[in-house]
Design a protein around this ligand. Structure first.
Ligand SMILES: NC(=O)C1=CN([C@@H]2O[C@H](COP(=O)(O)OP(=O)(O)OC[C@H]3O[C@@H](n4cnc5c(N)ncnc54)[C@H](OP(=O)(O)O)[C@@H]3O)[C@@H](O)[C@H]2O)C=CC1
Ligand SMILES: O=C(O)C1=N[C@H](C(=O)O)C[C@H](O)C1
Length: 233
């Protein structure tokens, strides 16, 4: 398969390695300085760029009939617009805040635990995410997805950075060294704490998931999720 990489930073480079190991070719590496992009040679585009660049990259691909896998976080104010353009152009799209198998299992565990905690008012939910100091957005996209999973299954109404409140899930974002990504959910009462945690040891799991998603989407039309790719439905 011929892959176009949008964003050739930490993730772009890791995706290149894994895609090549799986027999794919990288036919374009697009960054902010790229003037001409040859969409015709691409079977699929994989976007791991920046919050400011993602929407433009993704919609350019739809305009040129190239399906997109997007892992960029921090651009979701424009998510519904992107879906509209994808559908209008009959293209194909997967966005995931986290492409690793482990985190996608963790998303399911989080939803199951939230269902069990619903109505147990003695417990207060909170979340912590830790990432490397180069990360541009906070909270992480993964933390937002986890918070949405709790909100969908409990009486919590919203998440906020740090803020407390009965119906609010406070998220603490820490930036330390080279940490690839650690997410912890706590339900705390006066007598005990229930904690679930996912720790990424490196970026390989994210990159492998994105390449598997690209292999899966080739030839399809529509908007999908990692649940479809991994058969977690
Ligand atoms: N969904 C997931 O599983 C994961 C998501 N992520 C997300 O992916 C994104 C990228 O992460 P990471 O690789 O670590 O970040 P990096 O900063 O290492 O890489 C981003 C790259 O995008 C480049 N870039 C800037 N503008 C454009 C543009 N207009 N078009 C294309 N590329 C551009 C940057 O170039 P320059 O440096 O010159 O600005 C940089 O090389 C982040 O949003 C991060 O949160 C990360 C890991 C996993
Ligand atoms: O920026 C990162 O590095 C990561 N970003 C994603 C996020 O915002 O959740 C996924 C992963 O945690 C690494």
């Amino acid at each position: 398969m011929n892959i176009g990489l949008f964003g050739y930073g930490k993730m772009g480079k890791m995706i290149e390695q894994i895609a090549q190991q799986r027999g794919h070719a990288i036919v374009a590496k697009v960054d902010v300085e790229t003037e001409e992009i040859s969409f015709k040679t691409m079977d699929v585009a994989i976007d791991f760029s920046t919050p400011d660049a993602a929407f433009g990259n993704i919609t350019q691909c739809f305009e040129n009939n190239v399906p997109v896998i997007s892992g960029t976080t921090g651009w979701l104010d424009n998510y519904e617009n992107a879906l509209d353009i994808c559908k209008q152009k009959q293209s194909a799209f997967i966005y995931a805040s986290n492409f690793s198998l482990g985190v996608n299992v963790f998303f399911e565990l989080n939803a199951q635990l939230a269902k069990m905690m619903k109505g147990l008012d003695q417990y207060k939910a909170s979340m912590e995410e830790i990432h490397h100091t180069q990360k541009l957005d906070a909270p992480s996209g993964t933390a937002i997805t986890l918070a949405e999973g709790i909100i969908a299954n409990t009486e919590y109404k919203e998440w906020k950075l740090e803020e407390q409140g009965d119906k609010t899930i406070p998220i603490t974002s820490k930036r330390e060294g080279m940490v690839p990504g650690t997410h912890t959910i706590n339900y705390e009462s006066l007598v005990d704490t229930i904690e679930i945690k996912h720790t990424a040891h490196n970026r390989e799991g994210f990159a492998l998931g994105a390449v598997i998603a690209a292999e899966w989407i080739k030839g399809k039309t529509g908007v999908f999720s990692m649940k479809d790719v991994l058969n977690l439905n």
